[in-house]
Design a protein around this ligand. Structure first.
Ligand code: ZN
Length: 366
């Protein structure tokens, strides 16, 4: 192979043209070339039965497959297809839907869906890393668009309530409230009407736009790695109790500083140096403090959804966040590294269809 030639799909095809090539690579990545027996952990002098692509332990005489315990275990899809799917998964910028994967590697959509979820299982620890340095933290709503008007209306209401609490009701408002009632207005005060509407919604099981969103909390190093976690399905889940443990678990507190916007939740951050930027005034302070790296990551993630997945179901949401972080954290690496660095992760990641499907029940019950 020419040294200057960049890694690409044709080089990949040559490198993994046969099942044996894939097995050799897998053995190298999993066990550094020395296959280990899963029954007695012996890694000395295990024979290879080349005809059946199976190893035989020299100590306990048990036979084991090189895919034992990995995401490839007892899969009917040939390893060459698996490797091609992983090439597409790890090197694409904005993800692969099961429909597209099915077309590109020649399997049914259901098979591709299962295959992609198995691949996501292999990288499930991606969001468990610990960040270091200057960390930007923020939260976002993913789901139906909350339009600007609605947000402004809510902000205005909150502001007025605050002012009323301090200064009392203004004369102008008193006059308005005492004035003649408009024709056609519902009887009862606005508060009562809103309460009734809320109760009706709850009975029907409907949710407001804010409640239909998934709330995600994220942290980013300056031009570095990211961590993203779901908080829940309501804006009420943005609390100190939910967010502070995440900061504690995923930031190296002794050698880091935190930057956030001016949300009230962050006022209690005293366990590490903390700076804020007021987005009402500007996105960058005159000292160069900003959280644009995490905003950038949100922007990218939302484009991934809009362009590839369209809808993420809540029980699987964390796995998609993981996937996004996996690509983001390797975005500046070479394509070969992006592909190769996946394989040491496949150990002890066997997962069945039922386990993936049951996430739905478990997460909704919790
Ligand atoms: Zn053994």
């Amino acid at each position: 192979m020419d040294v200057k030639e960049k890694y690409s799909i044709d080089i990949h095809d040559r490198r993994f043209s046969s099942k044996q090539n894939c097995i050799d690579f897998l053995v190298q990545a999993r066990w550094k070339g020395k296959p280990q027996c899963p029954y007695c952990n012996n890694d000395n002098m295990n024979y290879y039965l080349a005809k059946r692509s199976i190893y035989k332990c020299s100590s306990c005489r048990m036979q084991f497959s090189p895919t034992k315990g990995t995401i490839f275990e007892s899969s009917k899809i040939p390893l060459t297809k698996w490797f091609k799917a992983i090439y597409f998964f790890t090197t694409s910028k904005r993800g692969f839907s099961s429909y597209q994967m099915a077309k590109w590697i020649g399997v049914s959509q259901k098979t591709a869906w299962f295959l992609l979820h198995k691949i996501r299982e292999a990288i499930k620890e991606e969001n468990d890393i610990i960040l270091k340095g200057i960390i930007e933290a923020d939260e976002t709503f993913v789901g139906p668009k909350i339009n600007r008007d609605l947000r402004l209306r809510i902000a205005k209401k909150r502001y007025e309530a605050k002012q009323e609490a301090i200064h009392g009701i203004s004369d102008n408002k008193k006059r308005k409230r005492l004035g003649p009632r408009k024709v056609g207005r519902k009887k009862g005060s606005t508060k009562k009407v809103l309460q009734q509407k809320k109760m009706e919604r709850e009975v029907k099981g409907e949710r407001t736009t804010f409640e239909r969103c998934t709330v995600v909390f994220g942290m980013a190093e300056k031009k570095g790695r990211i961590v993203m976690k779901t908080l829940g399905t309501s804006s009420k889940t943005i609390t100190k109790n939910n967010i502070y443990p995440l900061i504690n678990n995923h930031v190296d507190i002794n050698s880091s500083a935190l930057i956030t916007d001016e949300l009230n939740v962050y006022t209690g951050v005293t366990f590490l140096p903390h700076l804020t930027v007021s987005h009402k005034k500007s996105y960058v302070t005159k000292y160069g403090v900003h959280i644009n790296n995490i905003e950038n990551a949100w922007n990218h993630f939302k484009r991934v959804i809009a362009g590839t997945y369209f809808h993420l179901s809540y029980p699987h949401f964390d796995t998609y966040l993981n996937e996004n972080s996996f690509r983001w954290n390797r975005r500046n690496d070479s394509i070969k590294y992006q592909f190769d660095s996946f394989f040491p992760l496949v150990n002890n990641k066997k997962i069945t269809y039922i386990e993936i499907a049951s996430r739905k029940k478990n997460k909704l019950a919790a």
